[in-house]
Design a protein around this ligand. Structure first.
Ligand SMILES: NC(=O)c1ccc[n+]([C@@H]2O[C@H](COP(=O)([O-])OP(=O)(O)OC[C@H]3O[C@@H](n4cnc5c(N)ncnc54)[C@H](O)[C@@H]3O)[C@@H](O)[C@H]2O)c1
Length: 246
């Protein structure tokens, strides 16, 4: 088992990409802290992890809160005697053209996507540093690299995640802690479900591999970076987009 003996904390793991990541890491031996602002969905994911004979705890945490994220990392480290892998996946969108975008839409997206990543990373690094081993994987987006009309807040937050990732990689490489980002393209989840069919067809036409991605495509990439196979990679942004961002 690639990840046996490892403890992984996945944010936004109640549904979509985060849930697929939690189940993937569990299927390769990791115990999982399933973190989400929605406790019911986190509990459902934790139930599915336990059904694989792994340890799981469901935690209701708003990643925007410094206090909640500090308590979260402490509880995971104490109860599971470790915190080796952090996947910063929780994210939201509040789309709109800039001239119509409200201040609260900017703040909400920057807070969850960027400050949330900062909070969970800072809280977890304290424990990863103790054991001098860690893997941090931040879910960015191709939109953070390419930009997207109607998503200035989201694109800025995801570009910010890339800058944060590279800086953490430089700060913590001496302690055997790697930090990488994954930039998904269009993945079929609740976040993209509202796209009209015509828009989906236009997007697919720009994807060399000719299809939208699924949550499992991202989970496979996370597994690689979290395992020993990815041990000599840090500060990297891995596009998992069917080739649309090359
Ligand atoms: N779906 C895509 O096409 C796509 C593309 C690129 C990047 N991403 C990124 O992947 C990640 C997951 O996206 P998804 O499509 O699975 O979305 P989703 O909306 O299906 O799931 C997001 C999860 O995050 C949780 N969450 C939201 N705010 C939170 C908070 N403040 N604290 C804790 N949990 C919170 C939600 O409850 C939900 O369970 C996001 O960061 C998203 O930006 C998605």
């Amino acid at each position: 088992m690639l990840l046996s003996g490892r403890v992984a904390l996945v944010t936004g793991a109640g549904q979509g990409i985060g849930k697929a990541i939690a189940l993937k890491l569990a299927s390769w031996g990791a115990d999982i802290a399933v973190v989400d602002v929605n406790l019911d969905s986190a509990e459902q994911t934790a139930k599915e992890v336990k059904a694989m004979d792994r340890r799981a705890m469901a935690m209701k945490v708003d990643v925007v809160s410094v206090k909640e994220t500090e308590d979260m990392a402490e509880k995971v480290f104490k109860d599971f005697e470790g915190l080796h892998i952090l996947v910063n996946n929780a994210g939201i969108t509040r789309d709109g053209l800039i001239l119509r975008m409200k201040e609260e839409d900017w703040d909400a997206v920057l807070n969850v996507n960027l400050k949330g990543t900062f909070n969970c990373t800072k809280a977890s690094l304290k424990y990863m540093s103790k054991v001098r081993w860690g893997r941090i994987i931040n879910i960015s987006s191709v939109v953070g690299e390419l930009g997207n009309a109607g998503q200035v807040n989201y694109a800025a937050s995801k570009a910010g995640v890339i800058g944060l990732t590279k800086s953490i990689a430089r700060e913590f490489s001496g302690r055997n802690i790697t930090c990488n980002a994954i930039a998904p393209g269009y993945i079929e989840t609740a976040m993209t479900a509202a796209l009209p069919e015509k828009v989906k067809e236009e997007i697919i036409a720009k994807i060399p591999l000719g299809r939208l991605g699924g949550p499992n495509d991202i989970a496979e990439a996370v597994l690689f970076l979290a395992s020993n196979a990815g041990g000599y990679i840090t500060g990297h942004v891995l596009d998992v987009s069917g080739g649309m961002a090359m």
